[in-house]
Ligand binder design. Structure first.
Ligand SMILES: *Cc1c(COP(=O)(O)O)cnc(C)c1O
Length: 217
């Protein structure tokens, strides 16, 4: 637990936001980190997030970092601050509708597939660009696209991980030049316990760290 403060101090000095990933951990352990000053927590399952929300302080900013099905958005739309894994335009429309219904604007990140491994979620960068041309973002007051998110391959090869993060940062730059010129398109969510230093080197503005803070799951 002492490592939390060192981590936070170092991230603050680098201007990188910290999502403390609390999946599988009980409310009591979340409160220990909350009491050290942490306010942004991340969960990857809708049910677990919806169960924890009422048990914990209301000034926590909850980030949904896991894969999200459209039919489950309604369970978290009243309170979730940011959704990291937007991977279809259909989901964007659903989140917008739920945001409007709850009188909120929900922040989202476009998940881009950067890992060479099979079976990971996310848009391919080229598909995303061609699909965004047909999306009228100005008609979606319930949602705000704040940036991109990606997960590197689970491999030992640090060069490969670095290249995957470079690809995500370059995708972010291209999207910001073409579709999102506003200053609020400001987030590159990449980096976990094992690779966050590489991610920050390559331009991460937000890291999602679980086991380093809470211990192994
Ligand atoms: C679990 C998880 C993390 C954190 O992983 P650690 O290795 O425990 O830091 C980050 N991002 C996502 C999407 C996760 O599911």
């Amino acid at each position: 637990m002492t490592s939390y403060q060192d981590l936070k101090t170092s991230l603050d000095a680098q201007g990188v936001a910290l999502v403390a990933v609390s999946k599988t951990k009980p409310a009591s352990q979340i409160m220990e980190i909350y009491n050290l000053g942490q306010r942004i927590f991340g969960e990857n399952r809708v049910q677990e997030l919806a169960d924890k929300y009422p048990e914990l302080p209301k000034d926590i900013e909850w980030h949904m970092i896991g894969h999200l099905q459209s039919n489950k958005v309604k369970h978290i739309a009243p309170f979730v601050t940011m959704i990291h894994a937007l991977d279809t335009i259909k989901l964007l429309h659903t989140i917008n509708a739920q945001g409007v219904q709850n009188n909120r604007q929900i922040d989202v990140l476009l998940q881009i597939k950067i890992a060479k491994e099979e079976g990971k979620f996310g848009f391919s960068l080229e598909d995303l660009k061609s699909q965004l041309i047909n999306v009228d973002l100005k008609s979606m007051p319930g949602v705000k696209i704040r940036g991109v998110m990606g997960m590197a391959s689970f491999v030992e090869n640090m060069d490969q991980i670095r290249q995957e993060f470079q690809f995500l940062k370059s995708g972010y730059d291209q999207l910001s030049d073409t579709f999102f010129e506003e200053a609020s398109f400001d987030t590159v969510s990449m980096g976990m316990s094992g690779d966050y230093n590489i991610a920050i080197d390559e331009g991460s503005t937000m890291v999602r760290i679980g086991s380093m803070i809470f211990g192994p799951r």
